[in-house]
Design a protein around this ligand. Structure first.
Ligand code: C2E
Ligand code: SIN
Ligand code: SIN
Ligand code: FE
Ligand code: FE
Length: 397
């Protein structure tokens, strides 16, 4: 029927920003925005986005529309040490630099790299969400003197579009973190494991992850390390589903009880899936990390762990990291069914089982940081642990 035929003449225009309609990583969306913008202003050669973390005063470039050099993409600096960027914040206005030569004497490596890459002009926009500063958007050009007022009128609209898509993702991450925190609080109502156990495991996991990244043993970027730190406390979320007679048993578990107890891994993953589903966050980047930590933290390198008997590289690195952090802390802590071990005993045990049960790199990463481990133990002590247990922790090596 003619009525149902689309009238082709009305549909000539293809939306250049159609990519924003789809579920795509932020990088891809930024690329689409860059393409649309450079169709209008071909001299805009790079767009990058740096997020600001108030707690650490760190500014990190986390998105860039041209791959560029790695040190540039991963650029990270304290805002307080970057006077010209701090000044943008102070004035609260966007900044046009028509000739980046004025920064040539700048001591910041990224300033040098920007110049070496051939960028000659920049437009920097400070971005806010509900009144609080969250980061900068940079527009760079290889030509000098290109950011004239009529250009900026359009670029500003694009900057706000970028800000909108970035903050949408930031809010999603914040919602997941809130959901996760809530679940974590709920675990506390039932799990006899204390809050300080959770605090320590999270920090041991971060120590291990940072060491693996620093030595190149694993390819973990800052965002992933931060997520491992955030999510490690939830490794035993599934214990919520265990009956009291197992969860709260003062003595050793029978074989049948052990089998039931092993279900806490799969239950944990199911609970995370359901949280993600209920919050509409199934697509969220980083969710797999949380799933793996809950489901696979009792897998062992020799394939004799649970729940699936995965082995070696089949076990996600985040799960291997949390396994070492969790067992180290379980060993060095008092439990109703066991006394606490000294740190030296715990390292010796982990080393003995490195390769067969635990990832050797993870074990060595923790042992290498023995001093920091002690600092963590001093900072997050068991509040009501028996004296003998705290003695053992204090004298551990
Ligand atoms: P958890 O207490 O956080 O212990 C985590 C893991 O640390 C254990 O995983 C095990 O690999 C190691 N671990 C803990 N205590 C000891 C120990 O005394 N000796 C040795 N060699 N390793 C130890 P696993 O065995 O799969 O247990 C998972 C969870 O099941 C434990 O978490 C705990 O909540 C519970 N559980 C395990 N065994 C017993 C038990 O005999 N009695 C009770 N009441 N609960 C147990
Ligand atoms: C970057 O573009 O990644 C660093 C920030 C700048 O352009 O100064
Ligand atoms: C700086 O690192 O503070 C200079 C570079 C810039 O402001 O874009
Ligand atoms: Fe567990
Ligand atoms: Fe645990």
């Amino acid at each position: 029927m003619a009525e149902n035929e689309p009238q082709a003449a009305l549909y000539q225009h293809a939306d250049p920003l159609d990519a924003l309609n789809r579920s795509l990583p932020l990088e891809r969306k930024l690329l689409a925005i860059h393409e649309a913008l450079s169709a209008e202003f071909e001299f805009i050669h790079r767009i990058s986005v740096a997020a600001y973390d108030t707690a650490t005063d760190l500014l990190k470039t986390f998105l860039a529309s041209s791959p560029g050099r790695n040190d540039l993409v991963r650029y990270e600096a304290r805002l307080s040490e970057s006077p010209s960027l701090a000044e943008i914040l102070r004035t609260g206005r966007s900044r046009v630099v028509e000739d980046l030569d004025i920064f040539r004497s700048g001591r910041h490596t990224h300033t040098q790299i920007i110049a070496q890459e051939g960028f000659r002009a920049s437009y920097t926009v400070p971005m806010h969400l509900d009144g609080s500063f969250w980061g900068f958007i940079f527009f760079n050009s290889r030509a000098r003197g290109v950011f004239a007022p009529p250009v900026l009128k359009t670029v500003d609209v694009y900057a706000h579009l970028i800000s909108a898509i970035v903050t949408t993702e930031m809010l999603a991450v914040r919602i997941l973190a809130a959901a996760v925190k809530t679940a974590h609080d709920l675990v506390h109502y039932r799990d006899p494991e204390t809050g300080t156990h959770i605090d320590r495991v999270a920090r041991y996991a971060r120590l291990i992850a940072q060491h693996l990244a620093a030595t190149g043993a694993a390819d973990l970027d800052d965002a992933v390390i931060e997520r491992i730190f955030e999510f490690a406390p939830l490794h035993d979320l599934g214990k919520l589903a265990l009956p009291d007679r197992i969860l709260l048993k003062p003595g050793l578990l029978s074989d049948a009880e052990r089998e039931e107890m092993k279900q806490h891994t799969v239950r944990g993953r199911e609970m995370i899936d359901s949280i993600a589903h209920n919050f509409g966050l199934e697509q969220l980047d980083g969710l797999d990390l949380l799933r793996h930590i809950a489901e696979s933290h009792h897998e062992t390198m020799d394939g004799r762990g649970y729940p699936h008997g995965l082995h070696d590289g089949q076990i996600p690195i985040e799960s291997r990291i949390v396994a070492v952090a969790d067992v180290f802390d379980a060993l060095t802590s008092f439990r109703p069914y066991k006394p606490s071990w000294s740190n030296a005993e715990a390292y010796a045990w982990l080393r003995k089982l490195a390769r067969s049960k635990f990832d050797e790199d993870c074990v060595e990463a923790l042992a290498f940081n023995a001093n920091k481990v002690q600092e963590i133990q001093a900072q997050f002590r068991e509040p009501e642990a028996p004296t003998s247990a705290s003695d053992a922790i204090g004298s551990g090596g």
